[in-house]
Design a protein. Structure first.
Length: 288
């Protein structure tokens, strides 16, 4: 146990915050005047047409926001208790007690965080201000991350009970090889892309859990259901229940023409199909 930790227990193990004092509220109101970087949107949604050229031309790192959370700020001053701001409720600051070596602060610190209320987790993701110096708009992320490491190594001492049962972690960053590969490593939440350049903003990619590949033992009998307005595009349905199970992949001209002929003559669109890992869909193998 670190000598600065505490054995003090609380009545509840549920993570919580406490209310700031009147003086602390007044201090927080002055922060944007001194550090306007906090007014910059911390993350924008990823748009392929806008962001893919930037990703190809610049260095990005990835990290995960593993659960549904709220973006926020952790603000630490020399004379006040640490303050947490949930950016969805910026007018409702909260106090989060932390064990700090205040002699090492050297001025205000502002860290970008995500708050996962349900999981009782706060994740540190960027350093906006360190020792009173504004960083996010002028310093590359590699330099900003070195300040996060300094904060973790020599200023803040983790003590979950003293932190009112909040677990506080630093985000794990990894090199970005491709969006698809990075998404494949997630089990939920969002993928975030952190640019090395301070002129670009953090990108947030919404994670959509891929459908689990069905277990099949060879082709089975299905019914093709035409998609209105999309020639040669079909869903596959169970021939008995009519329940749609997925999109059909038509890979040969013969099958495509055969389905079109049956549609024109009103014949049932019965096919044999099986799941294809390569196409991530059901591959039609023949007509029935």
């Amino acid at each position: 146990m670190h000598p600065r930790t505490s054995n003090k227990t609380h009545h509840s193990d549920k993570p919580r915050f406490v209310n700031p004092s009147h003086q602390e509220r007044n201090w927080i109101r002055t922060i944007p005047d001194f550090y306007p970087d906090i007014l910059r949107a911390p993350a924008v949604s990823y748009k392929p047409e806008r962001d893919d050229p930037r990703i190809r031309a610049n260095r990005f790192l990835t990290f995960a926001r593993p659960y549904r959370g709220k973006q926020g700020l952790l603000i630490i001053g020399n004379e006040f208790r640490p303050i947490v701001i949930d950016e969805s409720q910026p007018d409702r600051p909260s106090v989060l007690p932390l064990r700090l070596d205040r002699e090492s602060l050297g001025g205000a610190w502002i860290l970008a965080i995500t708050i996962f209320h349900t999981e009782g987790l706060i994740q540190i993701e960027d350093c906006i201000v360190a020792a009173g110096q504004q960083l996010r708009s002028i310093k590359p992320f590699s330099e900003r991350f070195s300040h996060i490491q300094k904060f973790s190594d020599s200023i803040w001492f983790s003590d979950q009970r003293f932190q009112l049962n909040w677990q506080i972690n630093i985000a794990d960053f990894f090199p970005l090889i491709s969006i698809k590969q990075a998404l494949a490593g997630l089990s939920g939440g969002n993928l975030c892309l952190m640019p090395e350049s301070p002129t670009f903003r953090l990108l947030k990619v919404t994670y959509i859990k891929p459908a689990e590949a069905p277990v099949t033992n060879g082709p089975k009998d299905y019914l093709c259901v035409p998609i209105e307005g999309k020639p040669d595009v079909y869903d596959l349905a169970d021939p008995d229940t009519g329940a749609v199970i997925g999109r059909a992949a038509i890979q040969t001209l013969a099958i495509s023409q055969g389905l079109q002929l049956r549609r024109s003559t009103g014949q049932p669109l019965r096919v044999m199909a099986e799941w294809s890992e390569d196409f991530e869909s059901y591959l039609v193998t023949s007509l029935v």
